[in-house]
Ligand binder design. Structure first.
Ligand code: GRF
Length: 200
């Protein structure tokens, strides 16, 4: 059973999907702690409902990113987490988190990377006129949504899709592939080889 720390900034529906998968026994993992950079993130309420420890660190209270991230690392280490999942965490991870959790940081992005990284992946996809959209779970490196890809899911874009309808259908799929990626990690089945993630 591995211990997971989840970083959030908002509603935390992916966090909820991870908690549900852990609690039902579908994945051999437990969400030990949820860290938010926003005090009003709804995901914090979700964590509390499941009696999961929470912590809030607001970057504006720290002199720089390294000092801010060191506080997060401290909490994650206190809870002895084996894996850190970014779930709607709206910040680029800096060197401190990367150094302390090498190969142990995952993110979910609402687009088929390497297309449409950064903010508003779904809107970017719609504006580009793609026919297929999707979501990606990847390990985090020092770029923005550039790390080795673990899992992806593709869905069709409909003629009448808006950013809202497309985002909702992508989110449904996110809730499936994030627990899957964590399951593979927890079972020791993921191996990073350069840019590729081999699944044993
Ligand atoms: C998701 O679309 C995720 O891919 C993106 O931000 C959104 C967060 O949703 N990074 P939630 O907070 O997990 O509900």
């Amino acid at each position: 059973m591995i211990k997971v720390g989840v970083l959030i900034s908002g509603q935390g529906s992916n966090l909820q999907a991870l908690i549900a998968a852990c609690e039902s026994g579908r994945i051999p993992a437990k969400v030990e702690v949820v860290v938010s950079d926003k005090p009003d993130a709804y995901g914090l309420e979700r964590a509390k409902k499941h009696k999961i420890a929470t912590a809030i660190f607001e970057p504006k209270n720290y002199t720089d990113k390294n000092t801010y991230e060191l506080e997060i690392v401290k909490v994650l280490k206190e809870h002895q987490v084996d894996l850190v999942c970014l779930a709607g965490y709206m910040r680029i991870v800096g060197p401190v988190l990367l150094e302390h959790f090498p190969g142990k940081l995952m993110n979910i992005h609402p687009a088929l990377l390497p297309a449409f990284p950064g903010l508003h992946g779904q809107k970017q996809a719609l504006e580009h006129g793609v026919k297929i959209a999707g979501a990606t779970v990847h390990f985090v490196d020092d770029g923005c949504d550039t790390g080795p890809i673990i899992a992806q899911v593709a869905i069709p874009v409909f003629e009448n899709d808006t950013e809202e309808t497309l985002s909702a259908r992508i989110l449904e799929q996110e809730h499936k592939i994030y627990p899957l990626a964590v399951k593979l990690f927890a079972e020791g089945r993921l191996k990073i080889e350069g840019r590729r993630v081999k699944v044993k």
